[in-house]
Design a protein around this ligand. Structure first.
Ligand SMILES: N[C@@H](CCC(=O)N[C@@H](CS)C(=O)NCC(=O)O)C(=O)O
Length: 235
């Protein structure tokens, strides 16, 4: 079993475990604990990025040597191409869903996650929600969420269309576990499609298993309208 997935608690690396479970892969999972909020030395020792996720493929069937990769999208692309026979990634042969797949796959870390991260930083620097910077970042986050909501209203299923793809695997962290850091409530009307999407995701055996493997069986995925934020002081 050459593939090792490195997961840091409540982090973007849950995506990679979920992907591996959806693809039914054999892999080794190594857990890392935040220190106290940022990466521990054990993650920094793996890759200069010092962020989770990281994978180690030793030996990689592509290079016949040790491959160490950071960056969620690069890891998702690598795993799907090398071990997943292309499943969960769309190509031009998939027709109309393909451009949607591309756009939403990149929207996840190109727009949605950064918008939420900016709000996390701005609101921690200034807890006054009426401060112009906090209000502006909140507006950008709301806009990104409304794009997701409108897209899901159109498909009634997943981001690219009828079937789960890597675009969903990239996106769900920002709508769930990330809310432990940036308390975002989902409105039953304004975010109705996001809420039913998250319910659908949560019913997938691979997602359930991945979340249990990542965070333990007592962890409740943050899929409902309201969530209990993490106690960052105790992280
Ligand atoms: N663009 C990177 C972002 C990775 C990232 O920032 N991960 C966070 C966890 S959600 C992290 O490692 N934070 C700890 C740190 O930056 O020290 C990716 O998608 O892999």
């Amino acid at each position: 079993m050459p593939l090792t997935l490195h997961h840091m608690g409540v982090s973007q690396s849950e995506r990679i475990v979920w992907l591996a479970e959806e693809l039914g892969l054999d892999y080794q999972l190594v857990h890392h604990k935040r220190d106290p909020l940022l990466s521990p030395q054990s993650i920094k020792d793996l890759h200069p990025a010092g962020t989770a996720p990281v994978i180690v493929d030793d030996p990689s069937p592509v290079t016949h040597s040790r491959v160490v990769l950071a960056e969620s999208c690069a890891i998702v692309d690598y795993i799907i191409a090398v071990y997943g026979q292309g499943h969960l990634a769309l190509t031009p042969q998939d027709g109309a869903a393909y451009p949607h797949y591309l756009e939403w796959y990149h929207f996840a870390n190109g727009t949605l996650q950064p918008a939420i991260m900016r709000l996390f930083i701005a609101s921690n620097a200034n807890p006054d929600p009426s401060s112009p910077i906090v209000a502006m970042t909140a507006q950008k986050k709301d806009h990104a969420l409304s794009m997701v909501e409108n897209r899901l209203a159109k498909t009634g299923a997943y981001l690219a269309g009828d079937a789960l793809t890597a675009a969903d695997i990239m996106t769900v962290f920002s709508l769930t576990t990330m809310r432990g850091f940036v308390p975002m409530e989902f409105d039953q009307t304004k975010h109705a499609h996001i809420l039913s999407y998250l319910k659908r995701i949560c019913e997938r055996p691979a997602y359930k298993k991945a979340m249990e493997l990542c965070e333990g069986k007592d962890f409740v995925p943050m899929v409902g309208p309201k969530i209990e934020p993490f106690n960052l002081g105790a992280a």
